[in-house]
Design a protein around this ligand. Structure first.
Ligand code: SF4
Length: 378
């Protein structure tokens, strides 16, 4: 065993390294924690300072060690293609500052009713034919309370899409315990509910529901045995400390989310965030590689904002640990990457489409309510 001094603040004064598979020992937090993660497995007791030290590691070192962890836990060439369809667009009562679907902002988006079964199934079949293995349905609602008819309709969609052999995900706003159980019974693989940003910055972005309400929905999803999909958005005007705060909340949940979408804001005219500066690729890489190191088993999804990144830039994201993208013409209401360009990217980068996985659903069933509540301090 070799003892090396830690050079960065936030690290323990001495760090013990066992026999390392890495050819070069460095003292960046990314190097130390990547080595520990591959040796000891995932952990949920991260401190903010530890995550900050990883996040602040020199970018190439962070990228390299994100890649190390990625290769240890995943088939590094595999990238899952998911399709996200907005099944109920616009007219949402919430005030999420980034969202063109909020009825509070004049974005020119026309509110629509829940899509009927035929067009949804057609979209799912089309997505499957195009290589998607996860089909996500999004509805612009605060929650599903008082929407029994629509909710039952969605349960039917979930059941039918599962028979196509695809993973099925929904993002319908806040859900109660019983609704989570019904979705589970219908065969839902995953439920998406992003935390968006840190607890501290959150009130600057949304005022119509609290951070704790978001966490409560994640708890209901987890307790129902549905796989949790939860990540955030960068480029909202938050500080780096808020990005670290978001990662800290996700990585200290009793069980890490099985899926962590990392979104770059797509600033839409008419929303309060319309003039935000676009996120740079280095910021995405920091988020992706940090997520990969601290939540090594999660699917890290390179999500909204991908359209702005070139193929080499996206390649760096895959190298850092991203292993999923959203394909299809639109990502809810904003433009997404072109299908042919994505196919060409898979070919050039030697990526292989990931097959659907149904074993990940249900991994959260063992979290007792007390353990969850202690972890998130609801
Ligand atoms: S992000 Fe979701 S909850 Fe927020 S305004 Fe948009 S559709 Fe509504």
């Amino acid at each position: 065993m070799l003892l090396i001094p830690a050079l960065r603040s936030g690290l323990r004064p001495l760090v013990a390294l066992g026999h390392s598979s890495f050819s070069t020992l460095t003292t960046s937090a990314a190097a130390v924690e990547a080595e520990r993660t591959t040796r000891d497995g995932p952990r949920n007791d991260w401190s903010r300072d530890e995550i900050k030290s990883i996040y602040d590691s020199p970018i190439l070192d962070l990228l390299f060690h994100g890649a190390q962890v990625h290769r240890h836990y995943h088939k590094f060439r595999e990238v899952q293609q998911c399709t996200l369809l907005s099944i109920k667009t616009g007219g949402c009562s919430e005030d999420c500052s980034y969202c063109p679907q909020s009825s509070r902002y004049d974005t020119g988006l026309k509110a629509q009713k829940l899509m009927g079964k035929d067009p949804v199934m057609e979209a799912a079949r089309k997505a499957k034919d195009a290589g998607s293995t996860r089909f996500c349905m999004g509805a612009a609602w605060r929650d599903t309370i008082g929407r029994k008819t629509n909710f039952n309709q969605i349960l039917e969609y979930v059941k039918e899409i599962r028979t196509m052999g695809m993973e099925v995900c929904c993002t319908l706003g806040m859900i109660e315990k019983q609704q989570a159980e019904e979705l589970k019974k219908a065969g839902l693989t995953a439920y998406n509910h992003n935390l968006d940003t840190s607890r501290e910055y959150y009130p600057n972005i949304i005022t119509t529901r609290s951070y704790d309400e978001r966490l409560e929905t994640l708890q209901h999803v987890r307790e129902a045995g549905i796989s949790v999909c939860s990540g955030g958005i960068i480029g909202l005007g938050e500080a780096e400390a808020d990005r670290v705060g978001l990662l800290h909340t996700l990585a200290t949940l009793p069980v890490h989310p099985e899926s962590v979408p990392i979104n770059a804001l797509v600033a839409v005219k008419g929303t309060p965030l319309q003039d935000q500066k676009p996120v740079e690729i280095w910021e995405m890489i920091r988020m992706i590689a940090s997520s990969r190191i601290i939540m090594p088993k999660a699917m890290v999804r390179l999500s909204a904002g991908r359209i702005r990144f070139s193929m080499p830039e996206q390649a760096l994201c895959f190298m850092a640990g991203a292993n999923s993208i959203f394909t299809g013409e639109k990502l809810l209401t904003t433009a997404n990457n072109d299908y042919d360009a994505d196919q060409l990217m898979f070919k050039i980068l030697g990526l292989t489409p990931k097959a659907p996985s149904f074993s990940e659903a249900g991994t959260g069933t063992s979290v007792e309510p007390e353990r969850w509540e202690a972890a998130v301090s609801l």
